[in-house]
Design a protein. Structure first.
Lengths: 863, 352
């Protein structure tokens, strides 16, 4: 027997269900099943339209998380879910009309925001076009309104479209119904999959599922084609805010469908939920909160905060200005490892030729150019030329790992890839749908083999006879770079010309850099900045994915090549430099002896290491800038300042550099940073930054951007720390790593530093185990050198011997439930120094859970 | 919570006052000026009114409960051997009698002392909430009978009788015969191996903290009722560390050797079989319940307990171990420990 209503389904409140008889366009009356939160006198209504073969159950989280004052109405389309099964198949135009009849019957008017998934998308938009006076916004998730050019429609659906197959797949069997919920990543709980299938438990009840598939107008001449085309074109004139939420792992609607929608709704806000698949509302349950926030921000009566931007009044020089200024200078500008020095004059010429060549080859302002080549003069030239041409560089370094890089690049959707032979081969392997430009020596054959339409050399030649492209506007996008992914999937970060210009100016001022300075960039992001800063630069012979391969000798050789006064390096690299400094020749020693400024970026550097580096760089003042992919630098601290500050709870990262403001958002007992921004000393909380060089936004991550920029003009860094009475900033860890104990939030870095001070400990991490709000702290320590070799696998944790545990407890100054020993701590690929405390906490939990024993025959103990 | 400036005298019946926990609780209630009556089989030697008898006897309980404002029900059979009927009689029937007496005599508050093991089905408990008593899944006769008893007590929570359940977790301290004495005896004989990895995180309760929680519960019971609260120090440690610290405080050698968890469990099963087949009354050296307790994490979220009782543990682990060491090193076992500590008494309530 078939049930006529949803029965006891997870997440579904039975009081939301109502049945509404509606006179149909075809004369008959049809009974609809609708989820309705029943808010009286609503601010507005969210009209949620499901696709095929789901039902309104899809929207249960949104009904539960409705924006304050908003009514949420989620019908089961006719023939679907728990609504009536009309006799005749329904066309797209009928479905749009059906929905209109329903909303009229429900009295839905006034501000309406449509929310839709899958084939519900085009129906919701059809409704929106017919109710323009009521529509305040549209939200679309993993859907399509048109077949993108050259696409024949989603392959899976097309397969189900084959007449014989369709009935078998969609109706006679539950393959299609079950298949839709099998696409989810991570897999859905069984009860949820059952809930989706509940109204489709017989062939008769699945009839509309098949008819819905048949109504997809793949071919010209299909009955629903005119309606589809009218809607697809019509939305270009839909002048309301739009939000596109996307699961990039969707095998049905791939990235090109998102691109098609973005092209039709160019001002849409976009959020890609990395890792989510087709059934986005299931795969990214946080979508509901994002929709509620977006609707309140964009479609409500109140004025929403505009996230991002702070201190944007500055008029910084263009990133290529310094290069242009020295166009007549024959001294070396860039020296790559083992390469021939390139003079300022030569580099300036190359950049302007290449910029003209790029423009002539069809790279338009705003186009995204992924740069897949090693730090080199080619890379440097390509960066400045791309900027000059008004295009946007996309830089995903190998430090993300191959999978991370693929995900990042696909997400950024570059229009072109400029790369070495290896880079272009990788681009092809990653399936990046972009035109290709080859850097480096190129035979016509190699170019063809790599599918490259151009190479750098020929573009330069082309550029010599082409006119210079127009200067792009100051607020045009110019770069997409990626966070390290140490705390979740790497996020794309978008900078404008203005922000990059401001950053160069800030760095120049903060470190008093003059044209007399020269730089060794052993830290990838800085390898291209020399020309922008107007100082000569050199890159040592080192693999960026393995900063620890840099030796003192390699660094010294790079320094000698440009007579360096400044060195930029990652902490892991510096550790190795200190360790190999005894191998230096006299000549190399004297090259490093000329360095006046030693900068370590990427992660905090322990003071003992900085001190040890003093022997290798006798004339240098060790500095550590603090910052992140989204804003660099924020503060700066010298070794002298660190020593003057003394020990404290966290790492002293110094004072904000001129032009940067820092505030703290205090922590709640549950470890969230909810407090209003404050500059008061000794209040722990999330570090917030305002400056002209802060990123413009996260790329296609609307909800993330909204959360990071929820105090207008301020960027939330995700780091926790406090300011001291002297205005110095102390970093106490990542917000995600805050422990929530019964006594309140606790930050990890302070105790870690105290523990790492012990001779018996090389590295330490504090993690919380147990439920949020009732966690206890656990220290994981790595013993130094020899003791470490006796340990089992690096990731295996064991209880520390009594003596070590005792010493660690004595210095930690917090209650430690356990002290564990590891051979190594899990760190990020890019910096080799950001400890993944989430992974570590999971490992610690496993170990500290003990060994559950099977209690097989307990009945036997009962007499 | 400190004592109120003007404490209103409460008439309290404490059942099972011969055990460490019952004894010290009685002393604390007396010290703050309450009128205390104790109920147990043999004289407890406490300076207060005393009813001697068996909690399984309804008339004894009714007599003791008459005229009381509150009952703290600790009396229970705490053991690992014995027949189900023995447990049922002492723990379930005893509690039924207490509940019935409270109702009949118009006693308004019942603080029922239970054990975290009533809801522990063997999976690791990591900062767990108290959870409901579950006789079907509780391990062993003790836990199962206590689970039923807790249900009996909570079912009696009503407008006329406020019932509050406290589950002190692994109570230890000077004079404790349940946990410390057994471990120390075995370690002293060189027969205390480490079971499993020794890493399982386990919380315990220093006796004074458990007592303070019980005293606080006498006052809180009423506004707070109808729920079970786990009481512990809130300082979980790896089990190996706890055993080592206990041994060190007692001046006996630390655990030596290691037994894999599953081997220990099997050995426990065998030992239980032998003990039960031969009808021995002594405590077996190893049981499956004990194996599980020593190899599986169990520590609890203390937030609700602390808010509900307005109580926090005053004696931290370090201080507790220091006091234990002082007791072993000073007055020592067998001697009258005097005020503040506890004498050598037969086992009673408080386990987990």
């Amino acid at each position: 027997m078939t049930a006529s209503s949803p029965i006891e389904l997870p997440g579904l409140d039975p009081s939301w269900s109502r049945w509404v008889p509606v006179p149909g366009a075809d004369g008959g009356k049809h009974r609809w099943h609708v989820l309705d939160n029943g808010v009286p006198d609503p601010v507005g209504t969210l009209l949620c339209v499901h696709g095929n073969p789901t039902w309104s159950y899809l929207w249960r989280r949104l009904v539960a998380a409705a924006p304050p004052g908003w009514r949420v109405v989620a019908p089961d389309q006719l023939g679907m879910g728990w609504s009536d099964r009309p006799a005749a198949p329904r066309t797209l135009a009928q479905r749009v009309a059906d929905l209109g009849a329903l909303t009229a019957e429900l009295g839905v008017s006034g501000p309406v925001v449509t929310v839709a998934h899958d084939w519900g998308g085009i129906i919701s938009l059809g409704w929106a076009l017919e109710h323009r006076q009521d529509v305040r916004g549209v939200v679309l998730t993993n859907t399509a309104v048109a077949m993108p050019e050259g696409d024949l429609g989603p392959a899976l659906i097309r397969l189900a479209h084959a007449p014989g197959l369709r009935t078998a797949v969609t109706q006679a069997s539950s393959v299609f119904v079950r298949g839709a919920t099998a696409l989810s990543r991570p897999p859905l709980p069984r009860e949820v999959r059952r809930a989706y299938a509940q109204p489709y438990d017989s062939a008769e009840r699945r009839r509309a599922v098949g008819e819905f598939v048949a109504d997809i107008p793949f071919r010209p001449g299909h009955a629903s084609r005119p309606a589809q085309e009218a809607i697809a074109e019509g939305i270009r004139s839909l002048d309301v805010p739009a939000l596109l939420l996307w699961g990039p792992r969707d095998p049905v609607f791939g990235e090109k469908y998102l691109a098609d929608l973005r092209e039709r709704l160019p001002r849409a806000d976009v959020h890609r939920y990395e890792g989510a698949s087709h059934l986005l509302p299931e795969d990214a349950p946080q979508y509901a909160e994002a929709v509620a926030t977006w609707v309140t921000d964009r479609c409500g009566a109140s004025n929403a905060p505009t996230p991002g931007r702070g201190g944007a009044s500055a008029q910084p020089a263009r990133p290529w200005a310094a290069l242009a200024d020295r166009a007549g200078d024959d001294s070396p500008a860039v020296v790559a490892a083992g390469g021939v020095p390139v003079s300022w004059a030569r580099l300036a010429r190359r950049v302007s030729d290449l910029a003209a060549g790029l423009a002539a080859a069809g790279i338009r302002p705003g186009d995204r150019v992924a740069l897949l080549l090693e730090p080199s003069t080619d890379l440097t030239a390509a960066v400045y030329a791309t900027w000059r041409a008004g295009a946007v560089i996309v830089v995903a370094d190998k430090g993300l790992g191959l999978r991370g890089m693929r995900r990042a690049l696909r997400g950024a959707a570059p229009d072109h890839v400029l790369g070495s032979a290896a880079g272009l081969a990788a681009a092809r392997a990653m399936g990046l749908p972009a035109t290709r430009i080859l850097a480096g020596p190129a035979s016509a054959r190699l170019r063809r083999a790599l599918g490259a339409g151009h190479d750098l050399a020929s573009l330069e030649v082309l550029g010599r006879t082409s006119s210079a492209p127009a200067e792009p506007p100051l607020d045009a996008d110019c770069a997409v770079v990626f966070t390290s992914g140490a705390t979740g999937p790497a996020k794309g970060v978008v900078y404008t010309q203005r922000q990059v210009g401001a950053q160069l100016e800030l760095v120049r001022t903060a470190y008093r850099l003059t044209p007399g300075d020269s730089l060794v960039a052993a830290f990838a992001p800085f390898s291209v900045l020399g020309p922008g800063l107007g100082i000569a630069s050199s890159v040592p012979d080192v693999d960026v994915t393995a900063p620890a391969t840099l030796t003192a000798a390699k660094l010294a050789d790079a320094a000698a090549a440009v007579d360096a006064t400044v060195v930029f390096a990652a902490p892991a690299a510096l550790r190795r430099v200190a360790a190999t400094s005894s191998d230096l020749t006299e000549e190399q020693r004297s090259a490093l002896g000329r360095v006046r400024l030693l900068m370590s970026a990427g992660a905090p550097v322990p003071t003992p290491l900085l001190r040890r580096l003093g022997e290798t760089f006798p004339a240098a003042e060790p500095h550590t800038p603090y910052g992140m992919t989204e804003a660099l630098p924020v503060t700066d601290v010298s070794l002298g300042e660190i020593e003057a500050a003394g020990p404290g709870n966290g790492i002293c990262v110094g004072r904000p550099v001129p032009g940067v403001e820092v505030r703290i958002s205090p922590l709640s007992p549950l470890g969230t940073a909810d407090g209003a921004l404050t500059g008061s000393p000794d209040v722990p909380g999330e570090v917030c930054v305002r400056a002209a060089h802060v990123k413009d936004r996260y790329d296609a991550l609307w909800a993330t951007e909204r959360a990071a920029g929820r105090d207008p003009g301020w960027h939330r860094t995700g780091d926790v720390g406090h300011l001291d009475g002297e205005g110095r900033l102390w970093i106490e860890g990542r917000l995600a790593h805050v422990l929530t104990t019964a006594d309140g939030p606790m930050t990890p870095v302070g105790p870690e530093l105290r523990i790492e001070f012990l001779d018996a400990v090389a590295a330490a991490a504090i993690v919380g185990v147990g439920p949020v709000g009732a966690q206890v702290a656990v220290a994981v320590v790595v013993p130094p050198g020899r003791a470490r070799r006796r340990l089992p696998r690096a990731d295996r944790l064991t209880v520390a011997p009594a003596e070590l545990a005792g010493t660690v407890r004595e210095v930690a100054e917090i209650d430690l439930a356990a002290v564990l020993v590891a051979g190594a701590l899990p760190v990020d690929i890019r910096h080799q120094s950001k400890v993944d405390r989430a992974v570590l906490a999971r490992r610690a939990t496993r170990v500290l859970s003990g060994t559950p024993v099977r209690w097989a025959s307990r009945r036997s103990t009962r007499p | 919570m400190g004592l109120p400036a003007e404490h209103e005298t409460v008439k309290v019946l404490v059942t099972g006052a011969s055990g460490m926990l019952g004894r010290v609780t009685t002393q604390q209630l007396l010290a703050r000026g309450d009128e205390v009556t104790v109920l147990q089989r043999r004289p407890a030697g406490l300076p207060c009114a005393e009813v001697l008898g068996d909690v399984a006897d309804p008339s004894v309980v009714a007599r003791a409960a008459a005229g009381q404002d509150a009952v703290v029900h600790l009396a229970a059979k705490v053991d690992v051997t014995g027949t189900w009927d023995e447990y049922e009689r002492a723990n379930v029937q005893g509690t039924r009698n207490v509940v019935a007496a409270c109702a009949a005599e118009g006693v308004g508050r019942l603080v029922h002392v239970s054990s975290p093991s009533v809801s522990h089905a063997g999976s690791p408990l990591f900062g767990a909430a108290a959870g409901s008593a579950d006789p079907a899944r509780a391990r062993g006769s003790y836990s199962r009978s206590k689970a039923v008893a807790e249900q009996v007590a909570l079912d009696a929570d009503s407008a006329g009788l406020a019932v509050l359940v406290l589950r002190p977790h692994l109570v230890w301290g000077p004079g404790d015969e349940q946990l410390v004495a057994r471990i120390v005896a075995r370690a002293g004989a060189g027969r205390l191996p480490l079971v499993g990895s020794g890493a399982a995180l386990i919380d315990t309760t220093y006796v004074d903290n458990a007592v303070a929680a019980l005293v606080a519960a006498v006052d809180a019971c009423g506004p707070v009722h109808g729920e079970a609260l786990v009481v512990s120090n809130g300082e979980p440690r790896p089990v190996a560390e706890i055993l080592r610290r206990l041994c060190s405080a007692a001046g006996v050698p630390p655990p030596r050797g290691r037994v894999p968890a599953h081997a220990a469990w099997l050995a426990g099963a065998v030992v239980e079989g032998i003990w039960s087949a031969t009808g021995r009354c002594s405590t077996p050296p190893l049981t499956r319940f004990l194996t599980e307790q020593l190899t599986t994490a169990h520590w609890f979220d203390q937030r609700r307990t602390r808010t509900a009782l307005g109580w926090r543990p005053e004696i931290g682990l370090e201080e507790g171990f220091a006091r234990l060491a002082a007791w072993y090193g000073g007055a020592g076992t067998g001697a009258d420990p005097g005020a503040g500590a506890v004498g050598s008494v037969p086992p009673a309530a408080a386990s987990g």
